[in-house]
Every structure is written in structure tokens, then in C-alpha cells.
Design a protein. Structure first.
Lengths: 791, 283
């Protein structure tokens, strides 16, 4: 390590990540790198049709191919053809159609799996799948959500009338509240929050094997959720939980796309058990584009009412949320994670929300970085700009007039959440200063006056979000099946080193470094002497894994509590050695010292050896120093921030350039500011990606048109400016470390900032919205439509 | 990547390559830098029986001065084309355009000859070959022949190179002292062009004496904007260039796809032609 720091000051330092040497030197252990003797390789026969009845599956051609060992369709797999689980029925009457791992009757999306082939090498398996003879009787594809819920539409599932999974309502009283204000100004918009593909760098892979002499089956899989997956795989396969070990080796990104229990994981483990040998599957990028769940995809009808002088009265939101063809792990719940966030940072009298979950013949949707909250933040921050324009107010001034002021915290919003802390004024003032807000407004005026073909717009997003999932009781009230706690065990080893076992499951976040910083500070042990053990149910049996910006917000509290318990568990041994009462000891910098007698001191490391040797322990004290804690968070955490984008728009071609991006995020106390900044950067790239580049598009037959990374565009470093990031620190009062989540903030905040900036540039031309992604053609069309409307 | 099975041969001369292609029949494919062929194999859009690797054929590697022309071997990488002193001095438009091909990694592997023979309508260099009057040397079982750019590009992904032939080199007439500019319009830095306009002009006393303009992705193959070229002669003002550029979409037949509708491509061709010519002319 280049930075040798006093361990007591590790928290708050931008330490280089322990993980990076391994990543940079190629010493990683991706799932696909795992090679076990006797492995069978699985290849899948995927449907080329979005909706069709299967009239024939003939496996004989594939079985005759070289090196093919077995092949199955739904019928021949029989009882082992388990269903893919959904654990979040959001209402009592949510329609949850069966989702068998292999489809037997109908295919319902391009990429649905009809059959599988197992061969002794991957190439033979891949070659053989084209010899499985499948005949389809095509059915009309249901692609568009508005059509899907119209009477008489073709049904994706016969059991789901009007292709509706559920209708969820929250709040109410909007009309009554508006009626109190006869002069209310109302702005309505329909926003389309388009479908996205997670596009993590490492495609999914899974290998399962019966291990050793026990009944254990181990599954290595590129997942974010080894612990949750173990429970789900037990529930769907019947393999006893105690015999199932789930390992997430090095995982190359997830963004929610690996927060799932996938059909391929189920198939691999069932086949490994049935055949008694390892079974492996690694997806191609092309497969990933149709087979990994997608994100977003909402049609948002939103209505905001204000007094003529710019005070918010109420908000009404009506969503169509695309479930895709099936419900996966938390598909129905994703829009509800956004449901609480539409009122955002604003004070108002009424809020009314409705969401309809709609089935279509498309890839299922589920969590993608932000999961519901980016959609909500986009809609509210967009309509706030539209309302400001309607009222003739400066958009930041309009926000200032309606947001919760820092002295009003804790504040219970109209959606029912209680935000513990926040300081929107401070973050905004800092961001505007870094941005040069006034100078850019002046330049905007000058360009407008001169009729410059390159117009300038300023995009604002003053966001907050709820993250750090989540208080278990709240999850229960929302009908989510599991809890939201997190676990940590800290063990002192005989030589004074430390094992920290966490239930979080990093896949790029840097937990090994940050968790060491937390425990190192509390225990007074150098960061490099702490080994963080994670992502393996054999070594780290308890946990709820990594998603929803929860790992630090929840898992960090478990680390703190476990570390505090280590100290308390060591205290009697220290008192015994120093021959004093336990209460006479104080603990600092890794050592117990008798109060008032600094010569009488013993280090934790020495106590660890004393516990190990156990030669001289006080009566009743066990020869082991460790601490365990399982923490259920008191509340969500509510990071916030102000994001500002300067957008140049070429009015002749519609091409936009992000010239400058400034954000000031308040994520509370920071353990490692470099990691915080990295999280913000990555989130920004993905949020800006949604605004400008990304969008999964289907044709009317349900074919995914953006099925490769040549057509589904994700931004690279060359497409983005150097972000100018800053922070304010308003510690959370409901989290013991004062931290808040940061993993999703950038992705949540940035999308509306970009689109608001484009619309702001073009508003004098009559443009009031631009479809996402704001491709040059979409921007050009918006300009042409506005010109046409004015002509 | 798991492609279908294929045989692999690596000849060291053009004649050996031709012989291998003849032996391989219709299913033989030439491998240059692999930047177009590998995706085809990976996606199993093609399953050739034999791949003829031309990367060890010395004759296809050099860039030579042929008096009034520059001859570029089909196996020269984009990066070597863009950085070559002869190309930069005499074929400024080609150098400039080649710098915009895909990304740095691809430019170090991919070859200009391969890109020409692949003939993607979104390719950056075919319109340059067309506009600058390049000619293509093709070797086959009955010897060598030379084909003009106008005859070389036949249709989508189709050239005059037959299944048993190999492109040996491309000859560009020198355009020494001509101004040049390439306007590539794409959505992300490494994406294909939605539309590209390659313009090179010879100035004479402040006005345009001659202009050569090629369009990318405005039809099944590269398109030469002849109407613009004619209208530009004598132009000395931005207004005159703008008026000439209004002809840019004439005679084109662009596709509609998820990135752009045909109508939008036609609009872009006009705007980008104006900009490219103005830059090339230094006006």
C-alpha cells in the first residue's frame, strides 16, 4: 500500500482499493474461469418468436450429434422443470402466471427457452442446438402496453385478463385538494421512461457440481445475491438448504441485472443433481441482450397542480409499468420503489398514485440501477421544469419555493416517508457556484439573441431518493417476501489479524476496502490486517446481499455493531490480564488501558493470542474473541443532491453535446470518498446513457431490434465530459455511521438533468419535451414538430 | 465466441491465396484484420468452410509511391494508412477519414482493404475511394484485373471481388494540395456513421476549382454527390456552398433503420455537406 495511514483515521480517507491489484493483474476468478473435471456444457434453444404455440419439439437430431450427452424439453425434463420465482406479489390479487424454466406450451418472448442440450464441450453443445427441431404456430405479439390493456387484445397469459398483473393505488384526495384552489394552474404530461438493458461487463455464467462425500451441491454463479439465491433455489428445487452452497466468485458488474433467480441457474443445478456431474452454462452477449432481465419501461401520466404564485398543491401519477412476459424475482415491485419518490423534495397537500402492471411479449423487466426511483425522479423533475415554464418562473427559483427547508427535518412527506435529514439549500448553492450558473444563463441569453444554431440549455435535477433497502417491517407491509437486515461477524485470529465476514456481496463496489476501513477504525487494527470474507454461503452463511444502495447503509451498521461487540467481548480478558475491573478500562487505538494508568495496557492482538492459548482466561470466559451482529435498519436512507447539466444543442441536426456536468451529492458521512466519487461517476454514465443513448426497441412482432451493442448504444469515456463532482455532508440520524446509500444516486439524478437541459435550450422554439433517448433524430423531430405547430 | 467449424489456411503469396479460395469453393472466406469477419462468425451469420488468412502476404502490406498515384496494399491497417506520410501529403481526405474509422483498437487490427471488400454502406472509406477515383486490383484464377471504384461497389456488402478472388491493393490518384474534411455523424464515438460526408476541394484564388464529395450510408453503397460537385465550381462564399449543398441528397436512396429515417438522413446529408465543404475550402 502506498498510503500507510494511522488506522484510527481510516474512515474518510480515499484509500486505494485492496481489490484493484487483483483486477488489474488479471488474477480474477470469474465464474467462466472455473473448470471442473467431467463438466457438461449446456446450450439453450431459444425462441426466435415473441408469441407462438409450440407444436413440436424433436430432440433426436441434437442427440445424434458428436459429444452430446443429453437433451431435454419441458416434457422430458418433467418434475425437474422448476418454476422461476417471484417473491413480490404487490397486491392480494396480483396475477402471477407460471414461469417454467423450460417452456412447454407457448413461447412468450424472443429468447424464451424451449429445450437444452448438454455436451462434453461448449462448442459441441452450441453446434447441436441448431439440430433441435422446433415447430411454432405463430400468435399475434403483444408489444405495446396501451394496446395490451385494451379490450380484445391478444393475451400473453390466459389467466391475466387485459394483460394486467395488478393495479396498485396509494394516496388520494388530489381532486379535492385542487378543488380548494379555483385558480390552480395544472400541467399534465405523458412521459415515456424507456426500456433499458443492464449491459454489465461480465455476461452471466453458472456452474453447479455435486461436491465431495456429502450431499452438498455447490453452485458458482455470477450473481449479486448468493444468500437470497440459496433460499430461492431451495424453495424451487427442493434441494435442502443445508446441502446447497452458493458462491458468487468475482462478479463483473450487476446493476440489478444479477439481482435475480434465473432459469439458467435453476436448470444447471437441477441437471447437475440429476446427472451427478458438473454442469456449466455461459451466456454470449447476444443471449444476454434478450435473456437477462431489462429495466425501466413505464408510460407515466403525471399531473401537477400549483397556485398561480408557484406553490405546489398536489400531484397525480398514473403509470403503466411493463412487466414483460413473466414476473421475475421482484418485477411487480419495481414501480413501487418509485411510488414514494414522486413527491421527491417538495411540499404539497395531496398525492395520488396508481400503477398498472402490464404483461407483454417482451423480456421481463426487473431491477436496474435505481429500480423505480429513476423513473419517479425523471417524471417529477421534468414536470417541475414544465410547471416553472408555465408559471413563467425561473426553474431553480420554483424548486426553492417548494422544497423542504433544512430546518424542517425530520419531515414527513405527502407520500408518507419521513426524511431524517437533508440540506437542499447547501447542496444547491454549492452546485450553482461550481457550475457558474449565472454566467451560463447569460451565455444562453446571448446565443438566443444572436440566433446561434448551437443553442445552450441548463438542466436541473434536485433529487432525493430512498435507499438502503430496507426496514423489514416496511418490506413486509409492501408484501415483499423477505427482510432487509444485514449481518456481520468479526473474528480475531490468534496472530492479531482479523476476519470480517459480511453478508453483502460486492461485484465492483470496493467493499473489501471500505469494510476494512470501518472495522479498522473501531478496532484500531491496520486496514491491511483485515480480510473481508463475502459472497459464499459456505464461508459467510448469513446475509441479504447487495442491491438498492444497501451495503454500507445497512451492512455498515452491522460491521459497527459487530466491531463494538468484539471490544466488549475482549474486555473481560483484558481486565483479567491487567488485574482491574472491566469498567476501569478504556479502549482506544487497538488497546485497553487502565484509566489513569497509561502504563497498564494490552493490545487486542495480545488478547487474541491469550484467547487462543486459553492458558489464563477468567472463569466463565470462552477461548474466542469475536463479535456478531445482525442489524435491521431503522429506516431507509435519503441521499440527495443537485445536478446541473449544460447542454449544447445543434438545432440544424438535433445533435446534443453535454458540455459540462456538475453535481453535488449529499450521501452523509463518507467512509472512502474515492469510492463514493467512483459510484457517482458510474451512476452518471448510466443515467446519461438513458437520457441520450440507450433504449431497447422492439418491432411490432416482438423482435428486439437493439439486440447487440452495435445497436444498443452505451456511452464510453469518449462520449462523456469530465464530471465535476462535489459533496455536502449532512449525516443520517437514523444510521449509526451517519451514512446514506450512494450506489444509485448518479443514475437516479442525472437523466432528468440532461433532458431538462435539452428542453431548456429549445423552449424558445416551442419544444416542451424530447423522447428518450434524445438521439439526434428525436431532438430534430421535436424541433420540426414545434416549428410545424408554430407555422 | 463459438463459430461453426472451419478449415484454416495461411498462404504467403497472393497466388497461394487464390489457389486456396478456388479449392475452398463458394464457402471460402478471406480473413484480413478480422474486424468484420469475426462478428459474422461469432453470430453465425456466416459459417464458411475454409478461412484464408491473408495477413502473412507481404505483397498486400506496403504503401508505395507510383508517381501520380499512391498504391495501398489491401492488408495495410487503418492505423498505418492514417499515419503514412505519403497518404497524409497526397491523400489528405483518406487520412482524415481513416482516423474516424471505429476506435483505436479496431484501427490497429482492421485493414482498409478489408473494409473496402466488406463494403458496409456505413463504412467511412468507400465514399473516399469513389470520390477520389480510386481503382482496385483484384487477383483471381485467371490473373489480375483492375476495377474502378464506380464498378467495384455493387450493392449492400457486395463488391466486384468474386468468391475465388482476393483484393490485392487500392490505387488512389494523388490530390496533392487539396483541402479536405470528413464530417462523420454518429451517436457514440465508436459507432457507425448515420451519415458521413467526405469532401475534398482544389482551391484556385479563393474559389473552388474542383470538388470531390462522397457520401456514407446514403444508399446500398457509397454515393458520389455529383450534383453538389458541379454546383460548387467557382463557389467562393458560404452562401454559394450552402446553395450547392442543397443538391446533396439528390440521387441517394438511404435506408430507414433504428438510428435514422431516410428523410432525416437526407436532411443530414445537406447540412453535413455544407459543413464539410466549408471546412475543406477553409471558408
Amino acid at each position: 500500500m502506498t498510503e500507510m495511514l494511522e488506522s484510527t483515521k481510516a474512515i474518510g480517507r480515499p484509500l486505494r482499493r485492496k481489490e484493484d491489484a487483483k483486477l488489474l493483474h488479471g488474477r480474477t476468478n470469474w465464474t467462466d474461469n472455473i473448470q471442473l473435471p467431467g463438466t457438461l456444457h449446456m446450450a439453450l434453444v431459444r425462441s426466435p418468436m415473441a408469441h407462438a404455440r409450440i407444436t413440436k419439439v424433436d430432440l433426436s437430431g441434437a442427440l445424434a450429434r458428436p459429444n452430446v450427452v443429453a437433451a431435454y424439453d419441458a416434457a422430458s425434463l418433467g418434475d425437474l422443470n422448476s418454476g422461476v420465482p417471484c417473491v413480490w406479489p404487490v397486491t392480494d390479487d396480483t396475477v402471477m402466471p407460471p414461469f417454467p424454466a423450460l417452456t412447454g406450451d407457448k413461447v412468450r418472448q424472443v429468447g424464451d427457452v424451449v429445450a437444452l442440450v448438454l455436451a462434453t464441450d461448449a462448442a459441441s453443445a452450441e453446434d447441436a442446438i441448431s439440430f433441435v427441431d422446433v415447430e411454432y404456430e405463430p400468435l399475434p405479439a403483444v408489444v405495446n402496453m396501451v394496446d395490451a390493456i385494451s379490450p380484445g387484445s391478444e393475451l400473453v397469459h390466459d389467466m391475466a385478463a387485459n394483460n394486467t398483473s395488478y393495479v396498485y393505488n396509494l394516496g388520494g384526495g388530489y381532486a379535492d385538494e385542487v378543488a380548494k384552489h379555483p385558480d390552480a394552474v395544472i400541467v399534465k404530461r405523458r412521459f415515456v421512461n424507456q426500456r433499458l438493458i443492464p449491459a454489465f461487463m461480465e455476461p452471466r455464467a453458472v456452474i453447479a457440481a455435486p461436491m465431495g462425500m456429502s450431499d452438498e451441491i455447490t453452485i458458482w454463479t455470477s450473481t449479486q445475491i448468493p444468500h437470497v439465491l440459496r433460499v430461492l433455489l431451495t424453495l424451487v428445487t427442493g434441494i435442502p438448504e443445508q446441502n446447497l452452497r452458493v458462491v458468487a466468485p468475482d462478479v463483473g458488474g450487476g446493476f440489478g441485472g444479477k439481482l435475480q433467480c434465473y432459469r439458467e441457474e435453476i436448470l444447471v443445478i437441477q441437471l447437475a443433481k440429476k446427472l451427478g456431474r458438473p454442469v456449466k452454462w455461459t451466456e454470449t452477449r447476444s443471449e444476454d441482450m434478450v435473456a437477462t432481465h431489462h429495466g425501466r419501461d413505464q408510460i407515466q401520466d403525471i399531473e401537477l397542480a400549483c397556485t398561480p404564485d408557484g406553490k405546489m398543491i398536489g400531484l397525480k401519477v398514473d403509470l403503466l409499468a411493463n412487466m414483460g412476459a413473466y414476473l421475475q424475482i421482484i418485477t411487480p415491485g419495481i414501480p413501487l420503489l418509485g411510488m414514494f419518490m414522486y413527491p421527491a423534495i417538495y411540499k404539497m397537500g395531496a398525492y395520488q398514485f396508481q400503477c398498472t402492471g402490464v404483461f407483454t411479449n417482451t423480456t421481463p423487466t426487473d431491477a436496474y440501477r435505481g429500480a423505480g426511483r429513476p423513473e419517479a425522479t425523471f417524471a417529477i423533475e421534468r414536470i417541475v421544469d414544465e410547471m416553472a415554464a408555465e408559471l413563467g418562473m425561473e426553474p431553480m427559483e420554483f424548486r426553492t419555493k417548494n422544497w423542504i427547508q433544512h430546518h424542517e427535518f425530520p419531515y414527513t412527506t405527502v407520500a408518507g416517508l419521513t426524511y431524517d435529514t437533508g440540506n437542499y439549500e447547501a447542496a444547491t448553492a454549492k452546485a450553482m457556484d461550481m457550475f457558474g450558473y449565472k454566467a451560463l444563463r447569460a451565455e444562453q441569453e446571448a446565443r438566443r439573441a444572436s440566433g446561434d444554431p448551437i443553442q445552450l440549455g441548463i438542466g436541473i435535477s434536485t433529487f432525493t431518493e430512498m435507499c438502503g433497502l430496507a426496514p423489514s417491517r416496511t418490506l413486509g407491509a409492501l408484501k415483499y417476501a423477505a427482510g432487509g437486515w444485514e449481518h456481520c461477524t468479526i473474528r480475531l485470529l490468534p496472530t492479531g489479524k482479523v476476519e470480517l465476514v459480511t453478508g453483502t456481496s460486492p461485484h465492483g463496489q470496493g467493499h473489501e476496502t471500505a469494510w476494512s476501513q470501518i472495522a479498522g477504525d473501531i478496532l484500531g487494527i491496520p486496514v491491511e490486517d483485515i480480510d473481508v470474507i463475502h459472497s459464499d454461503t459456505g464461508r459467510s452463511p448469513y446475509g441479504m446481499d447487495t442491491y438498492g444502495s444497501r451495503s454500507l447503509a445497512v451492512g455498515g451498521q452491522a460491521i459497527k455493531k459487530a466491531a463494538d461487540r468484539v471490544i466488549e467481548n475482549a474486555r473481560p480478558i483484558a481486565a483479567h490480564q491487567l488485574e482491574c475491573a472491566a469498567d476501569d478500562l478504556e479502549f482506544a487505538n487497538g488497546a485497553f488501558t487502565v484509566k489513569g494508568d497509561p502504563e497498564k495496557t494490552v493490545t487486542l492482538g495480545a488478547l487474541a493470542w491469550a484467547a487462543f492459548s486459553a492458558h489464563n482466561l477468567p472463569d466463565g470466559v470462552e477461548p474466542m474473541i469475536s463479535g456478531e451482529a445482525t442489524v435491521d435498519p431503522e429506516d431507509f436512507s435519503y441521499p440527495h443532491g443537485t445536478h446541473l447539466a449544460a447542454m449544447e444543442v445543434d438545432t440544424e441536426t438535433g445533435k446534443v453535446r453535454l458540455r459540462k456536468y456538475v453535481c453535488v451529492d449529499d450521501v452523509g458521512n463518507q467512509i472512502n470518498p474515492m469510492i463514493v466519487e467512483g459510484q457517482v461517476h458510474g451512476g452518471l454514465a448510466q443515467g446519461i446513457g438513458q437520457a441520450l443513448y440507450e433504449g431497447a426497441e422492439y418491432d411490432s412482432d416482438g423482435n428486439l431490434l437493439t439486440a447487440s451493442l452495435a445497436d444498443y448504444l452505451i456511452p464510453s469515456a469518449a462520449d462523456l465530459p469530465s464530471f465535476e463532482t462535489g459533496t455536502t455532508v449532512t449525516p443520517s440520524t437514523t444510521h449509526s455511521l451517519g451514512t446514506k446509500g450512494v450506489g444509485e444516486a448518479g443514475a437516479i439524478a442525472s437523466t432528468p438533468a440532461i433532458i431538462n437541459g435539452i428542453v431548456d435550450a429549445l423552449r424558445p422554439m416551442g419544444v416542451t419535451d424530447v423522447l428518450m433517448p434524445a438521439s439526434p433524430q428525436n431532438v430534430w423531430r421535436a424541433i420540426q414538430a414545434a416549428k410545424g405547430a408554430q407555422a | 465466441m463459438i463459430p461453426g467449424k472451419f478449415d484454416y489456411v495461411r498462404p504467403s503469396t497472393v497466388d497461394e491465396a487464390v489457389a486456396a479460395l478456388v479449392a475452398g469453393g463458394d464457402d471460402a472466406k478471406v480473413l484480413g484484420g478480422g474486424q468484420s469477419l469475426m462478428p459474422v462468425l461469432r453470430l453465425r451469420m456466416g459459417e464458411p468452410s475454409v478461412i484464408v488468412d491473408t495477413t502473412r502476404i507481404d505483397e498486400m502490406k506496403g504503401i508505395t509511391d507510383a508517381g501520380d498515384a499512391v498504391v495501398i496494399g489491401a492488408g495495410v491497417t487503418h492505423d498505418d494508412v492514417a499515419k503514412n506520410a505519403l497518404v497524409r501529403e497526397h491523400l489528405a481526405l483518406l487520412a482524415m477519414t481513416t482516423e474516424h474509422v471505429a476506435d483505436r483498437q479496431i484501427r490497429h487490427r482492421g485493414t482498409m482493404g478489408g473494409a473496402m471488400a466488406h463494403a458496409d454502406p456505413a463504412g467511412d472509406q468507400p465514399p473516399v475511394a469513389l470520390a477520389m477515383g480510386a481503382s482496385f486490383t483484384i487477383a483471381g484464377p485467371s490473373g489480375r484485373r483492375t476495377v474502378s471504384a464506380a464498378d467495384f461497389f455493387v450493392d449492400y456488402f457486395t463488391t466486384a471481388v468474386g468468391p475465388d478472388e482476393v483484393l490485392v491493393n487500392v490505387t488512389f490518384p494523388k490530390h496533392t494540395g487539396w483541402g479536405a474534411h470528413y464530417e462523420k455523424f454518429n451517436r457514440t464515438a465508436q459507432a457507425w456513421a448515420i451519415v458521413g460526408v467526405a469532401a475534398t476541394v482544389r482551391m484556385d484564388g479563393g474559389s473552388i476549382a474542383e470538388a470531390r464529395i462522397g457520401l456514407t450510408n446514403m444508399g446500398p453503397g457509397p454515393v458520389r454527390a455529383s450534383g453538389v460537385e458541379a454546383a460548387l465550381v467557382g463557389a467562393s462564399t458560404l452562401e454559394a456552398i450552402a446553395a450547392a449543398a442543397e443538391h446533396a441528397a439528390e440521387g441517394t436512396s438511404p435506408n430507414s433503420d433504428i438510428h435514422a429515417e431516410a428523410e432525416y438522413r437526407e436532411h443530414l446529408a445537406r447540412v453535413l455537406t455544407r459543413r464539410a465543404v466549408a471546412q475543406a475550402a477553409g471558408l
